[in-house]
Design a protein around this ligand. Sequence first.
Ligand code: SF4
Ligand code: SF4
Length: 472
Amino acid sequence: MEQTRIPIFPRSVKGTYRRIKSSIVLLAYSVYFILPWLRWERDTGPDQAVIFDITARRFDIFDLTIYAQDIFWLALFLAFAAFFLFFITGIAGRVFCGYFCFQTLWTDVFMHIEHWVQGERPARMKLAASKWTAEKIFKIGLTHLLWLLVSFLTGLAFTLYWGNAPDLVVDIFTFNAPLAAGITILFLTATTYVMAGIAREQVCTYMCPYARFQSAMFDKDTFIVAYDSIRGESNKGRHKPSKELIKRDKRQQQGYGDCIDCGYCVQVCPTGIDIRNGLQYQCITCALCIDACDTIMDSVGYPKGLIRYSSEHETEGEKTKILKTKNIVYGLILVLIAGVLVWGLSARTEIELNVRQIRQPLYVVLSNGTIQNRYDVKINNKTDKSHTLSLAVKDLPGAELDPGRSRSITVSPGASLTLHVYIKRNPDNVRQSNKDFEFVLTDLKNKQQQWQHDASFYTPRDLIKTATGSDR
Ligand code: SF4
Ligand code: SF4
């Protein structure tokens, strides 16, 4: 059934979680907008600390260069991120949604703009309900204009990660940038404006799949933002603080709970829900209702924590178990993936050598009686320097490599090259049908630096029978 959207006018709040959230927003915005402008010296390519160069198929993140062929590491990183999300959701609920999701962070900034231009919740509600006047047009217009400006800057900053920022920004403002850059900026301006300014909580409630399946990762030990209904309701439920019912002991004597039904927790909620109704899939665990309720509890002199982070077990008076099989298994998987990632990235060879033997035909007997096998030799240069190399074979007596040893091979930074090479052998030297050997790639500037790859040379058995030479 279609539901009518009820406009939400969140009230501002002060407190520990608000401060944490504001610090994360500030940090995220600073990193996102400043990073493309950070310079970083490297031998080739722009001196930009973080740059994703699509045409060169390479990503530079400070001193780490990742090429398109390193897709395995990217897949492993994504696997790590997915397991980390499962792990953290099982322990701390939707903490990612409340503090780190782009949608939440950008919506928070848009709400601040709205608050700054139109005032606190009552003023915004009054403005929304009022007739269109010059003041209303000005305030609503200015809000949307500032939202559009932040959206445009968001799209612009994103685009600057894909080229040399100082050059690209000039190209964009002089209309000389590639069409893709213009389309990206327009697309991100539109989506940011709609998602963070117009749709807001609707994105979390109806569009985000994570909101729907996150509860499957919860258990009775998961920390969630929860209302202590036993303390808040007692026997007779909530009650407004009348003169007789303002003192806590009086309330308790008469069977009323600590909730004074002020509604502050509902007013600050960015998704417009009442946490007192229990766990709801709309709750993004931002904890602003904790700050709101703690403020009220302080003002009436009751203990804080009527709304708090707690697990179902804790609410039932039992102990919350964090060290349990599920969490330990996720933790171990994370350590394993992180270990492989760190080892893999630190042990990456600068030059990657791959050899594939061509099997159709597996061999050719040439007119002079020699046997020829063919191989595709692929060389990936994973460095930001050009390398001049030579290719040779080892442990294959009487082998002749074509192209030969003298030929130097130059591979540009980040480039990969495939050589079609032939190996010829006189059957007089052959005793084994499949003779294992090695391709050896040598750096001509530093001959100590070599890379090897195993391969096998095939000779048909009927030719071996007549062989008189020797394979070592
Ligand atoms: S109920 Fe509380 S924690 Fe959940 S979204 Fe609303 S304010 Fe945030
Ligand atoms: S802020 Fe606290 S006291 Fe006020 S309605 Fe919410 S739970 Fe009750």
